[in-house]
Design a protein. Structure first.
Length: 259
């Protein structure tokens, strides 16, 4: 299986399993990732997703350049690009639960695009990030050119995009692309702490926050504030909205029902 998928205690784990190819994504892997995202979207019990690559060298080296699917011309590839962006994640709008990127090494090309599509990113201190596409006559068409200049200072983004330059995990953290950098041996513990913090929050609130951010990022402040998304109204009118203040008054941990 090119992508491993499991769910335990409301946490979904998605692991690209192509270590011999630096966890590069070929057509079969891309299809499997899309299938998994659809499964996650249809499962109301899942509260958070962890995305990573097998091994300790690469999160993902992006598109598998040696795969037959990538033998197409650039125009043909772009014409068939998936609407969700690279890996079905970089530009995906329909995934409501938080996605944590567990970056265990190299994240370049489409691998970096998937990182940009994550909500929270925890990186090992040896991880690196970049878009090498211009060095091989390609472009980061599946989210990279669109997302990077919106997430970090434009001059920094253009410096990376126009040269194929890679940056360290520490620089990525400094630019705000990574939430936390840790020693590789501490990566799982760090990820688990973030997972635990998310699970402590009301599930409807978390989903409403993520969807509101995604749906209003292109709007003015006034327009964004005026939006009344159904998911936001559902969270405000839920039992959990009453449970939170009640638990606070009673000095106990809230018991979330997700409704």
């Amino acid at each position: 299986m090119t992508v491993e998928y499991s769910v335990q205690e409301k946490v979904a784990r998605v692991t690209i399993n192509r270590m011999d190819r630096m966890n590069a994504v070929d057509e079969e892997t891309a299809d499997r990732l899309e299938e998994i995202w659809q499964v996650v979207e249809s499962d109301p019990e899942i509260r958070v997703v962890i995305l990573t690559g097998r091994g300790d060298k690469a999160f993902s080296s992006g598109a598998d350049m040696k795969a037959s699917a990538d033998a197409k011309s650039g125009v043909a590839y772009w014409a068939e690009a998936r609407p969700g962006g690279f890996g079905g994640l970089a530009l995906r709008k329909s995934l409501k639960v938080p996605v944590i990127g567990r970056v265990n090494g190299l994240a370049v090309g489409g691998g970096f695009e998937m990182v940009l599509g994550c909500d929270i990113v925890i990186a090992a201190d040896h991880a690196t990030f970049g878009f090498p596409e211009p060095k091989v006559g390609r472009m980061p068409l599946d989210g990279g050119m669109i997302l990077l200049p919106r997430l970090i200072p434009q001059k920094v983004a253009m410096g990376m995009l126009l040269t194929g330059k890679r940056i360290s995990a520490q620089d990525a953290e400094r630019y705000g692309l990574v939430n936390q950098v840790v020693d590789a041996a501490d990566l799982d513990d760090a990820v688990n702490r973030w997972v635990h913090q998310i699970l402590e929050c009301a599930p409807l609130s978390v989903k409403a926050i993520k969807e509101s951010v995604k749906a209003t990022s292109h709007l003015s402040l006034g327009e964004a504030h005026a939006m009344r998304l159904p998911v936001l109204m559902d969270a405000l009118q839920s039992e959990d909205a009453d449970e939170g203040p009640l638990a606070f008054r009673e000095k106990r941990q809230p018991v979330w029902k997700g409704k």
